[in-house]
Design a protein around this ligand. Structure first.
Ligand code: GDP
Length: 242
């Protein structure tokens, strides 16, 4: 019988060395921790690929936007849907996009650069009732021109308050993305405002409505949910080829 022939004891010297210097296999694991290992190797958090975002310019129209080259990801949503909060959370910056309880503060195209080639664009928040019809028309024209002309656009992040998803404007944006084969990330924002069960039920309901929209991804999103923020961040970084 040759059972156990592979089980040769280590020579004593090697065995002593091995016990004194256990091999560090941490590099073989991406998401696992070795016993006793700090949460992040060297206590460093994984690098946020969007952390370099900085304000470049604000433009009320398409006449003053940066040259149409490189990669852009645009953020859209009804006023008060949590778009500014999401941009701040995703970039890991407290006040990059100005958050405000006054709906409709974002009335222009706002560009944030990550590097020479990559930008995030905060689109005008739609659905703000307290502005004149002519201002609303101007916003819609700017939004339409941006969406239809911009070659650098790689994807759209649409914020929908989980308590009021799929408004008429949301649906228009979703249909536009679908028709253009534009990748869309739907963030059901403020998901902490619902119980876990109710939030997941809404997610499933939205997913059912969007069956067949193969370039659309939907996820729950909340300022209080770090894994969810990281998941969305990776999705966007992937679009930007970071
Ligand atoms: P915007 O108009 O779409 O840019 O919306 P804001 O980011 O300014 O957010 C509107 C309001 O919703 C603010 O009072 C935020 O503090 C609040 N808000 C945004 N995100 C969250 C979230 O994840 N959870 C909760 N509970 N409140 C949020």
């Amino acid at each position: 019988m040759i059972i156990g022939s592979w089980y040769l004891p280590l020579p004593r010297k090697l065995a002593t060395l091995a016990s004194k210097n256990p091999p560090n296999l941490g590099h073989l694991y991406t998401n696992c921790r070795m016993p006793g290992q700090a949460k992040h190797a060297n206590n460093r958090k994984p690098r946020n690929p969007l952390q370099n975002a900085h304000f470049v310019l604000l433009s009320p129209d398409m006449a003053h936007v940066p040259p149409d080259e490189g990669f852009e990801v645009a953020f859209a949503g009804r006023s008060n849907a949590g778009k500014s909060s999401a941009i701040n959370a995703l970039t890991g910056q407290k006040s990059l996009a100005r958050t405000s309880k006054t709906p409709g503060r974002t009335q222009a195209l706002v560009f944030f650069a990550l590097d020479d080639l990559r930008r995030l664009v905060d689109l005008p928040g739609y659905g703000y009732a307290k502005v004149s019809a002519s201002v609303k028309k101007q916003w819609h024209q700017t939004l339409d021109s941006f969406l239809n002309q911009r070659q650098a656009l790689r994807g759209i992040v649409l914020l929908m308050d989980i308590r009021h998803p799929l408004t008429e404007f949301d649906q228009q944006m979703i249909e536009w993305c679908h028709a253009q084969s534009m990748p869309l990330l739907l963030l059901l924002s403020k998901s902490d405002k619902l119980s876990k069960g109710a939030a997941h039920a809404t997610l499933q309901q939205v997913n059912r409505t969007l069956t067949g929209y193969d370039k659309t991804t939907t996820q729950l999103f909340s300022m209080q949910d770090t894994p969810g923020i990281e998941q969305a961040r990776l999705h966007i970084a992937n679009w930007l080829e970071i």
